[in-house]
Design a protein around this ligand. Sequence first.
Ligand code: NAP
Ligand code: MG
Length: 482
Amino acid sequence: MSNQSNNFIAGDWVQGTSSIANINPSDTNDIIGQFAQASNAHLDDALNAAQIAQKEWATTGLEQRQAVLMKIGEEMMSRSSELGELLSREEGKPLAEGKGEVYRAGQFFTYFAAEVLRQTGDTADSVRPGIEIDIRREPMGTVAIISPWNFPTATASWKIAPALAFGNAVIWKPANLTPASAVALTEIISRQDIPKGLFNLVMGSGPSIGQTLAESPKVHAISFTGSYNVGLQIANAAAKNLTKFQLELGSKNPLVVMDDADIEVAVSVASAGAFGSTGQKCTASSRLVVHEAIHDEFVERMHQSTSALKVGHALEEGTQIGPAVSQQQLDSNLNYMSLAKEEGCEIVCGGHQLELEKPGFYMQPSLLIGGNNSMRVNREELFAPMACVIKVADYDEALTVANDTDFGLVSGIVTKSLSRANHFRRNAESGCVMVNLPTAGTDYHVPFGGRKNSSFGPREQGSYAKELYTQVKTSYISGGNP
Ligand code: NAP
Ligand code: MG
C-alpha cells in the first residue's frame, strides 16, 4: 500500500476514512508521510475489542505480562537512535533529545515490567471475630490515553506501560502533529504476545476523535497530558460518566537565582530550563526570578550564552535549538514577543524569526528583562524559547513571586545556602522542586506531577501510577464454623 500509516484497531492495521500529512518542522518540504484518521466507528470497534481483550489480559500470568513489557522496553532502547531520529524529524527537537526521549520511554516499560511483579495487597482481621479481610487492587478496565506532541513518545509510554502492567486495555489517541512516533511505538506493541484488541491506536484530531473518546461510557479511566483548556474539557466529559481521570497540564515554572548563586551553574541551569526543546516543555522555566545583587551579571552572562545558541535543523549536527513544532506555534511565539514589548519588557537578545537554508519554523531564543510578575507574558504558558527576568530585592520577594502563579508544576532555585534551599523546597507551591538543577529533567521511578492548574488527580510515574490504573477491592471472608 501507499505510504499511508494506519490505525491499529482490534488487533489489525485499519485504513482511515481520511488522512493528514505529517510535516517536518525543520524543513516543510519534507513530508514524513500520510497518517490515517480514525472514524467514530473505528473507535467503537476499538472500545468493544478492548473490553473483551482486557478480561483475558487481567488473567494472563504475571510473568507473561512482565515479559511483554520488558520486550517493548528493550526494543525501544536498542532502537533509540532510529526511532529518535524519526521523532526529531517530525517534532523538531535536536537529535540527541529525540534519541534520549525514546531511550527514556523504553525505561518506562522496563520499570513497569518489574512493577508487574510488585503488586501486593493488604490483609486485616475484621472487628468481628472469625472474619478476615483481603484488600487488593484490580485493573480499571479500558483506559483512554490522550497525549501531546511535545514529548510524543515519553508521555505516552509513561501512561501505556503502567496501564498494561496493571492489567488494563488501552485506547491511545496521540497528538496529530506527531503521528509517526505513535505508529512506530504501536508497531512494536503490535508484535507482542497480547490479546487482540488489548492495545489500540486511534489517530485523529482532538476535538473530534479525542473528545468522543473522553466522552465514551466504555472508558473506565482517562489519562490526559496537554493544555489547561483542553484539560477542562476532558474533566467535563469525564464527570458526565463519573469516569476516573488524571490531568497533567501546562505551567509557568519559576527559576529563582539567589545572590549567592554560582553564576556558572545559574546560567547553565536557566538556559537548559528555558530554551531546551525550543521552550516547548511543560517544565520549562520561562520566569527567571533574579536577586538584584546578581541581576546585572546574570543578565550579561545569559545574554552571551543565549546569543551563542545554534538554532537549526533538528537532525543537523551542532543544532542546540530546533524549530517550533508548527506555523501556529511559531505565530503564537512571535505574538508573545510583541506582547512582551507592549507590556514594557526590554529585549536583550533574540525573539525574531530566522530564515535558514531549509524552510522551517525557526526563531532565535530570547532573553527579556524589565518585566514584572503581573504581565501576561509572565502569567501565561508561552511554550516558546523566551525567558523573562523578574528582578527581586530579596529571598522573601523571590519566593512570593515564584508562588504567585495559577500553575504549579516545577519550581527551581539556584543557591549555595542550604537553609534557603531547604526553606524554598518546603514552601514552593509546586509538585516538583529543583535545587541547583534545571526545572526540566525528571526521573522515571518517582512520582511526577503538579499543583493548582497544572495537574488534577493521582500522580504519574513510579509506584504512584497504580492509583489511576487500579481500583481497590475489600473482601470479607468468613470461614464458617470449623
Ligand atoms: P493540547 O492541544 O491540549 O493537546 C493534547 C492532546 O489532546 C492532543 O492529543 C490533542 O489532539 C488532544 N485534544 C485536543 N482537543 C481535545 C478535546 N477537545 N478532547 C480530547 N482531546 C483533545 O496540548 P498540546 O499542544 O498537544 O501540548 C502542549 C501542552 O501540553 C502544553 O500546555 C504543555 O504544558 C502540556 N504538557 C504537560 C505535561 C505535564 O506532564 N504536565 C507534559 C507535556 C506537555 P490534537 O493535537 O491531535 O488535536
Ligand atoms: Mg510533524
